[in-house]
Design a protein around this ligand. Structure first.
Ligand SMILES: NC(=O)c1ccc[n+]([C@@H]2O[C@H](COP(=O)([O-])OP(=O)(O)OC[C@H]3O[C@@H](n4cnc5c(N)ncnc54)[C@H](O)[C@@H]3O)[C@@H](O)[C@H]2O)c1
Length: 401
């Protein structure tokens, strides 16, 4: 279990060396090729679906990376990405174990864009193989998976590897400045928060029964996605827990399946979280209601002001010490671009603090706590969740190993 001291490093404090001679002096030998110092990072992609295909272009556009390998369960998906970024046929790996062959091959870092169920196994193996890790949210679907990532992040630091979790909000200058001001005491003592995730997407329908098809439509399969609250709403819970900067003590949850009764994941949750010092967080999420304006919000009231944030809107503080902040703009792309650049900078500068890991573990555990409390239709404490260590197990029968 991560103790609270381990998870307190919430505010990103990534200060990077400029690209100077000093930078190259601490560069990993694998990044120095031939007679000339070369900071191009050789990358492998694990998970060649929607996000994987999309993000390969951003890594390319940065000019700091070269795609050399890719892996996906499906051959058609590795070939699409392989053709898109020019990966030779011998370095395209399919089936469940394809990622292991990728990790055995010569490259510096991996970008993991598979369904969340596989993140702990694949990220942990990547650290074992000595690769830097760029990991999509959510980090895991259950508490044991979260703790595996916490451990992998620590091992990465010990092995002088960079491990970055790609939350766009944490990369945004407005969120960073607003959070700096909250830490500075600008809204006073934290009293109460609310976080919401209404989402018009998500579709409807029963999860597929064919094992391979389940991998293609993993979002609808509880074991693969961790349910809506962990897979999607993690974005707002991550900001909410970033602000409060504590682990919740307990959650009281409810919810159900009303607009998508045939599914294996829920379409709405309402959770009240209790934190130390009587801080209370009221959280709701709802999916698949066409026409609902999407929102990824987290608002926290303090004794002297309120911080208000929305992924699709504005970040600002009102009260005794206001901060006008501003509009987040195209956070979806800009946040990923910042993370891609900071991942590279951390690699070449030898910065292995890996400060995105602990907050991602905390917010993911918070989502699992709310989900499990909801399923139980009542209260669940953080300590009980950790002690029970309930694992979601996917039946792999019928899939190619
Ligand atoms: N804003 C964001 O940060 C954001 C946005 C979208 C997706 N994501 C995350 O990115 C990840 C991928 O989502 P997506 O939308 O690209 O899904 P997707 O289904 O489009 O792609 C996932 C790919 O992984 C492959 N796959 C499944 N199991 C595998 C395994 N064991 N080994 C190798 N490949 C495997 C699938 O075949 C598929 O091609 C998820 O964690 C998701 O939450 C994050």
């Amino acid at each position: 279990m991560p103790n609270k001291k381990d998870t307190r490093h919430i505010l990103p404090r990534r200060t990077f060396l400029a690209g100077t001679a000093a930078t190259f002096a601490v560069m990993r030998p694998s990044l120095v090729r031939g007679s000339q110092a070369n900071s191009t990072v050789d990358l492998g992609l694990i998970g060649c679906g929607g996000r994987g295909r999309w993000i390969t272009k951003l890594f390319q556009q940065s000019g700091k990376y070269r795609w050399v390998a890719c892996a996906d369960y499906f051959q058609d998906r590795v070939d699409t990405v392989g053709d898109q970024v020019g990966i030779e046929a011998s370095r395209r790996y399919a089936t469940l174990s394809g990622y292991k062959k990728l990790l055995d091959s010569k490259l510096d870092a991996v970008v993991i864009e598979t369904p969340p169920y596989f993140h702990p196994e694949q990220a942990s193996a990547a650290v074992d193989a000595g690769k830097h890790v760029f990991l999509a949210k959510p980090i895991a679907v259950d508490a044991p998976g979260c703790l595996t990532i916490a451990d992998a992040g620590k091992r990465a630091t010990q092995k002088k590897l960079v491990f970055l979790v790609d939350f766009q909000t944490r990369a945004n200058p407005l969120y960073r400045e607003a959070l700096r001001r909250v830490r500075n005491g600008d809204i006073g003592r934290l009293v109460m928060g609310e976080a919401h995730y209404p989402w018009s997407g998500g579709g409807r329908g029963a999860p597929p029964t064919d094992p391979e098809q389940r991998l293609r439509q993993w979002y609808y399969v509880l074991e693969l996605s961790g349910d809506f609250i962990a897979e999607q709403s993690i974005h707002s819970l991550d900001v909410a827990t970033w602000i409060v900067d504590e682990d919740p003590i307990r959650a009281v949850g409810s919810g159900g399946r009303t607009v998508r009764p045939e599914g294996s994941i829920w379409d709405h949750f309402a959770v009240t979280y209790s934190f130390p010092n009587d801080f209370v967080l009221s959280f709701t999420c709802i999916q698949s209601i066409p026409g609902v304006p999407d929102e990824i919000s987290a608002r926290t009231f303090g004794s002297e002001g309120v911080i208000d944030t929305d992924y699709f809107g504005k970040v600002w503080i009102r009260g005794k010490k206001p901060y006008d902040g501003g509009s987040t703009g195209n956070l979806y792309t800009d946040g990923a671009v910042t993370n891609i650049n900071e991942f590279h900078q951390a690699i070449v500068a030898g910065q292995y603090a890996n400060e995105t890991v602990a907050p991602s573990v905390r917010s993911n555990l918070t989502a699992v706590l709310g989900r499990n409390a909801g399923y139980a239709g009542g209260e669940l404490t953080w300590d009980d969740m950790i002690r029970r260590a309930e694992k979601l197990e996917l039946n792999l029968t019928g899939m190619r190993s």
